[in-house]
Design a protein around this ligand. Structure first.
Ligand code: ACO
Length: 429
């Protein structure tokens, strides 16, 4: 008997099956041979929310949630955050290797060539209500980009695909900043390509009047590092959406819009916004014990804590905690930091959180930094979407080049009514 296999006995029939094992997984379709009657559909796995299902083989990001490890293309996140720029990491994620100086220079200049958007995109964005949520504007505008680049539908042309990759990475900061300026009623600021990728984004966000904007180097670097930390996280909800929607072979702008929509939700990219609202709601350190008591009684969650994958410290949270100190030295201390630190201290000693392995995740401190830099809370998920675009596209490309992938189409276990005959309306009760 092959040792790399699983022997399954079906007690309904007494039959035994040998199922091959590779990479600690069995192929779900190998289970289909397990049947009671010949015309049965065959055995399936039932896995709501994909708790234990591998969707693909991937060589982009490695996470060991029990040990608190995160690596992009094999490189530990802590080392990348310390030594790289976001665009360098974006290159790594998309190409598989860190760039040489010449490659980075070319990549940077190519991305910068695509930071401008068509004037009609600006007009489209001006059509949103004054109080439109910037993430709703971001999702819709990224989808609209597909209508400006119809050749983006030619997804199997490597050359055309590369162009859309550059467009997406280059334009998402512009769309994000325009969404913010719309909400403040300020004129949109066009890209300044003499600045860095992140410096230009800050300029498009905060420039006032005709003076050129000079980003503060500490804040620019802190935001760039936050971009690195958010660039990819393997098969989270939004990346799975990107792969699922992309598997229909739609253009990458539409698929990215779908991924961004998934990121909008409070259980995913909206969590850092929820953390700040929670800190505001707590208001003062003296209220923390009562708040924790409420969480334990099921009255709400400690936002920014817990993770589907990390059952240990989220390594990104460790980097962010240090970043927060650098930023607060420039901006002054955010008083909510003291509430957050105390919440973390108490939660990490509390049996409820220890038993459930609930630790601070990436969102627990990131919102405090964003707020200190001057971003309103509504912009937080948008700030997440800018760098995550690199990860989404890397997964999309990997999926397109993977011969094992087809259109995503899960199965269901039907539990509805059996066949019944139509009842005319006058006879219905
Ligand atoms: N506060 C209090 N209790 C929690 C929390 C929390 N933040 N998170 C999980 N729990 C509890 C659950 O109530 C559950 O308790 P029970 O076993 O008594 O029923 C147990 O811990 C397990 O939690 P699940 O909900 O089963 O864990 P799951 O993996 O489905 O959820 C999630 C992960 C969604 C991140 C969850 O921890 C959560 O809602 N956290 C708060 C929101 C948040 O910070 N999200 C950001 C995630 S990171 C990101 O997307 C970038």
């Amino acid at each position: 008997m092959n040792k790399d296999s699983l022997t399954i006995t079906d007690n309904r029939t007494g039959k035994t099956y040998e199922i091959p094992v590779a990479n600690d997984t069995v192929h779900a379709t190998d289970l289909r041979q397990i049947k009671v009657k010949d015309d049965d559909f065959g055995m399936m796995t039932y896995d709501p929310s994909f708790m234990n299902t591998a969707l693909c083989k991937s060589s982009i990001t490695f996470i060991d949630g029990d040990k608190g490890i995160l690596r992009y293309r094999g490189y530990p996140i802590e080392q990348l955050a310390e030594h790289c720029s976001y665009l360098e990491v974006s290159y790594l994620i998309l190409h598989g290797e860190l760039p040489t100086s010449a490659q980075l220079e070319q990549w940077t200049s190519e991305v910068k060539m695509h930071t401008f958007v068509h004037e009609n995109i600006k007009r489209l964005m001006q059509g949103f209500r004054y109080d439109a949520h910037p993430m709703g504007m971001f999702v819709s505008t990224v989808a609209a980009l597909s209508t400006f680049y119809p050749e983006a539908g030619d997804i199997f042309s490597e050359e055309k695909r590369r162009k859309q990759v550059l467009r997406l990475i280059g334009k998402v900061p512009t769309v994000a900043a325009f969404a913010y300026r719309n909400s403040t009623g300020m004129p949109y600021v066009y890209p300044d390509n003499d600045l860095t990728f992140t410096g230009n984004f800050l300029s498009m966000m905060f420039r006032a009047g005709s003076n050129r904007y000079k980003p503060h180097p500490v804040l620019e670097q802190a935001l760039d590092k936050l971009f690195i930390l958010h660039a990819d996280h393997e098969l989270n909800c939004s990346t799975t959406a990107m792969r699922n929607v992309g598997s229909s072979h739609v253009d990458p702008f539409s698929a990215t819009a779908a991924a961004a929509a998934a990121l909008y939700g409070p259980l995913h990219g909206g969590a850092n916004e929820a953390v700040l609202r929670m800190l505001d709601h707590i208001g003062d350190i003296s209220q923390i014990p009562a708040f924790i008591k409420g969480v334990k009684a099921g009255e709400g969650k400690l936002m920014g804590f817990g993770h589907r994958v990390y059952k240990n410290f989220d390594p990104r949270a460790n980097v962010i905690k240090k970043l927060a100190e650098d930023v607060f030295e420039v901006t002054g201390r955010n008083p909510k930091l003291d509430i957050a630190l105390e919440l973390e201290r108490i939660a990490l000693q509390d049996d409820y959180f220890i038993k459930r392995k609930l630790y601070p995740n990436v969102d627990f401190y990131s919102g405090l930094i964003y707020q200190a830099i001057g971003f309103p809370v509504q912009m937080f998920p948008v700030l997440f979407a800018i760098p995550r675009t690199s990860g989404w596209i890397a997964h999309w490309q990997e999926m397109l080049n993977d011969a094992e992938q087809k259109i995503a189409r899960p199965r269901q276990v039907y539990i509805g009514s059996p066949k019944r005959d139509f009842v005319p309306i006058e006879k219905r009760r």
